[in-house]
Design a protein around this ligand. Sequence first.
Ligand code: SF4
Ligand code: SF4
Length: 414
Amino acid sequence: MDIAEYYDDIAQCNKCGFCQVACPIFRSTGHESGVARGRLALLRAIIEGRLEWDKELEGPLYDCLGCGACTANCAPSVPTADLIIKARNEYLEKVDRKPIHKMLFDYLLPYPRRLHLAARAVALGKNTGISSMARALGLLRIFGRDFSRAEGIIEKLPPLPFRDKFKPGVYEGDGETMRIGYFVGCGVDVIQQEAGEATLGLLKKLGKTVTLLNNCCCGLPAYSYGDIDAAKKLAAKNLDILSTDEFDVIVTDCASCSSFLKKYPEIFADDDRREQAETVASRFKDMVELIVPNEPVSVSPENPVVATYHDPCHLNRTLGITKEPREILKSLSNLEFVEMNDASRCCGMGGTFNITHYDLSMNILKHKLDTLETLGVEMIATGCSGCIFQFMDGIHQRGLKTRVVHIVEALEMG
Ligand code: SF4
Ligand code: SF4
């Protein structure tokens, strides 16, 4: 891929600077190189031959969250996050692709079984203290500068992945006709079993049958990293599983997976699988789109759980879903919903950004934690595995009592 093909898009930037107020990186660092205007100037300099492709570009190309907040605040709607991904792709081709990413995207994520074995090994290491030893010895640094610290995000891992506890296959439901395919995201599979169990339980109430799919990673981590070939291979494996008339609807409970599955037609735009990708994407829904909330509760319960909601970037800016999660929370009789300031501001997780830029990522989260502390809420609900990890880490470090849940788990409090 050649970033020069997108010169006209890049040149749309009129240097107005309106993206500054929206960009979490700029708001945190104040550096022009971190804001869309600066990034676009960099891409332009590369195309015009004023900058060489070399390792110096890794920092500026990879310290973007891909949150899309700049585009939402940009009059010509320059798609900076997408352009950065295309530039990353060219960087990987021309400068450097790390062996750890090759292992992750080519040998681990395409195979759920291997991912489960790796997750069980990590759980064993973490829960028995072996990974603390590896961290102390600096061994985890082979995964990247900040990995050994980011690895602390999850305090304890479940000993068994979700799909080792609940095997892929068809489950009978109470619904009348709907046949549902449940696409399990990697985060839910290896870490957030509570969310997976809540989703499976709810889907069984809604569907006549629920097929717990043996899908692999949706491909978004590889795509965000700029490895578009690896992302396409992962997506193609999933298309083989999802392209069947056995499902009326396919759902997932991770906003990041939802956004990328809906992007499959674009991934296969020049490919003979485009039609297949379009059919799958048209049947695909995020979990919050499937839930029909009750009427908002007008009488406040006696001892409500005070809760708020964080908009995941992929649900809000990519898919435009903001109303549904709030309607769901407002309809729960044991819960009092309060809106948080800047609910749509990125939490700083940014896919693998937290792993590669841990301090900056936590600095971006600080603002949200301040808001939570001021609001004094007991619960924060959201709809993306990445955001859940990020809040859990920050809340734990700050010693807050706020519980972080997936919105489907909040529903169980009814
Ligand atoms: S808001 Fe858009 S046009 Fe204005 S400087 Fe930022 S990227 Fe360029
Ligand atoms: S995508 Fe997000 S982090 Fe990247 S430049 Fe735009 S606003 Fe900043």
